[in-house]
Write a new protein. Structure first.
Length: 408
C-alpha cells in the first residue's frame, strides 16, 4: 500500500468550460491528476471540453481543518445514501458537492478518484490515515468482504457520533475551570501591572507604615511589573514544552494519564468515559465480524488513555493464548467488576456485542450525570475563588485608606 501511495499522482484542482450534447455551455471544477484526465472524465459525461486550466494555489490559505465531527457527518451521509441504493462513486460525489468545508470536499474527491481508478474503498480510505484510522478501515474492509457496507457504515456512523459526544462532554468538563483560571490570571495581571502601581504612588505620600497585606501586594506588583515578560514567557514556554513532550514521550503519557485517573472527581469521569469508549469500540468491531484479537488493536488506539492502551494490549496478549476476555480484563484491574461480569455473561450467551453495547450505554449515561454534577459543584467553588483573589487585591489596596480614615 505504501508503494502504491508513493506512485499515486498528486491531485490538483482544475477549472473547466465545455459544451454538452444540447449545445449548452457549462463550467465547473474537478480534482484530478492531469488535464488529460479532466478531458477524459468530461467526455465520459457527455461534455465536450473547450478550456481546461489548473487553478493556482492562493498566496495565503485559509482552508478549514478537517475535524473528527466532519468525518462523523461524512460517514452518516455516506451510510444514508448507500442504504438508499446510490452507487458508491455517486454517493461520494454528492457528499463532496454538499459539504461546506472545502478541505472535506478535497478529501472526499481524492477518495472518489481512487475508487473510480479501480482501488477498493478500504485502500482508498487507508491513504488518508490522519482522518480514517485503522479502526475505520478495518470496519469498512469487513463490510466490503461481507457485502454489507451500508450496514457497517451505519454502525460506524453511530459509533463516531457516540464517541464524539462523550469526548465533547469530557472537554466541556475540563474547559470550564481552565477557562476561569486563565481569565482570573489575566485580570490579576492587569491589576498588578496597571492599577496597583497607581495606588502605590498614592501611598508613598502618606509617610506611614502600610498594612502587611498591602505591602505584600505592592511588592508582588513591583516584581510583576518588572518581570511580566519572563512570567508570561515562562508560562507559555512551560505549557508548550509540556505539550511537545507529552505527544512524543510514551513514559510521560503513561505518567500523566495515570495521574489524571487518580484525580478526585475528574479522574472518575475520565475512567468512566474511557470504559465507555472501550466497550463501544469493541462492540462495534465485534458486531461487524472483526476477529476479537484483531479488534483489540483498534480498541487500544481508541481508548484515548495510555494506561488503558497498555491494559488493552495486555488483554490482547492473554486472549491470543486462549484466555477468555472476561478473565483477561479482570487481571488488568482497570475495569469495574460489573463490566467484567457483563462481559462474562456476553461470552457465555454468545451475545458479547450486545452486552458491550449495554455497558457503553450505562457508562455514557453515568458520564453525562457526572459532568452535570461537576458543573454544579464547580460554579460555587469558582465564584469563591474569584472572590478571594480579586476581592483580596481590592481589600489590600483600601486597607491604608480605611486606616487613615479611622485615625482621623
Amino acid at each position: 500500500m505504501a508503494q502504491a501511495a508513493a506512485k499515486r499522482p498528486k491531485l490538483g484542482t482544475f477549472t473547466w468550460e465545455g459544451v454538452d450534447r444540447k449545445g449548452k455551455k457549462l463550467k465547473g471544477e474537478m480534482n484530478a491528476a492531469s488535464v488529460a484526465f479532466v478531458n477524459a472524465m468530461l467526455r465520459r459525461q457527455g461534455i465536450n471540453p473547450v478550456k481546461v486550466s489548473k487553478r493556482g494555489k492562493p498566496l495565503f490559505s485559509l482552508k478549514k481543518k478537517i475535524t473528527p465531527k466532519d468525518i462523523s457527518v461524512f460517514t452518516r451521509q455516506l451510510a444514508t445514501m448507500l442504504n438508499a441504493g446510490i452507487p458508491v462513486a455517486q454517493a461520494f460525489d454528492i457528499v463532496a458537492k454538499g459539504h461546506e468545508n472545502p478541505s472535506v470536499c478535497e478529501l472526499v474527491n481524492s477518495v472518489k478518484h481512487d475508487i473510480e481508478s479501480g482501488t477498493n474503498m478500504t485502500e482508498a480510505l487507508g491513504k488518508h490515515p490522519l482522518y480514517f484510522d485503522e479502526l475505520y478501515c478495518n470496519l469498512v474492509a469487513a463490510g466490503e468482504q461481507a457485502g454489507i457496507l451500508d450496514t457497517i457504515l451505519d454502525r460506524l456512523a453511530t459509533y463516531k457520533e457516540k464517541i464524539e459526544s462523550i469526548k465533547s462532554k469530557i472537554k466541556s468538563a475540563l474547559f470550564y475551570p481552565i477557562a476561569v483560571l486563565v481569565v482570573a490570571f489575566l485580570i490579576t495581571a492587569v491589576l498588578m501591572i496597571f492599577v496597583i502601581p497607581q495606588f502605590a504612588a498614592l501611598f508613598r505620600g502618606f509617610g506611614a507604615d502600610l498594612p502587611a497585606l498591602t505591602q505584600f501586594v505592592m511588592d508582588l506588583s513591583t516584581a510583576f511589573t518588572k518581570w511580566w515578560w519572563a512570567i508570561f514567557g515562562g508560562i507559555i514556554g512551560t505549557v508548550s514544552l509540556f505539550s511537545y513532550s507529552y505527544k512524543r514521550n510514551l513514559k510521560m503519557q503513561h505518567l500523566m494519564d495515570r495521574v489524571l485517573l487518580r484525580m478526585p472527581i475528574i479522574g472518575e469521569i475520565v475512567r468512566k468515559a474511557t470504559v465507555a469508549r472501550f466497550a463501544r469500540t469493541l462492540a462495534t468491531m465485534f458486531a461487524a465480524g472483526v476477529p476479537l484479537v484483531e479488534a483489540l488493536d483498534s480498541v487500544a488506539g481508541a481508548c484515548g488513555n495510555r494506561v488503558y492502551f497498555e491494559g488493552t494490549m495486555a488483554i490482547k496478549a492473554e486472549v491470543t493464548t486462549g484466555t477468555q476476555l472476561q478473565s483477561a480484563m479482570g487481571s488488568t484491574e482497570l475495569f469495574p467488576n460489573m463490566v467484567v461480569q457483563m462481559v462474562a455473561i456476553g461470552e457465555e450467551s454468545g451475545e458479547l456485542d450486545t452486552m458491550l453495547s449495554k455497558v457503553a450505554d450505562i457508562y455514557e449515561e453515568e458520564v453525562d450525570d457526572a459532568v452535570a454534577g461537576l458543573s454544579s459543584l464547580l460554579e460555587p467553588i469558582i465564584m469563591v475563588f474569584l472572590g478571594v483573589v480579586i476581592g483580596g487585591l481590592v481589600v489590600a489596596m483600601y486597607l491604608p485608606i480605611f486606616k487613615i480614615a479611622a485615625a482621623i
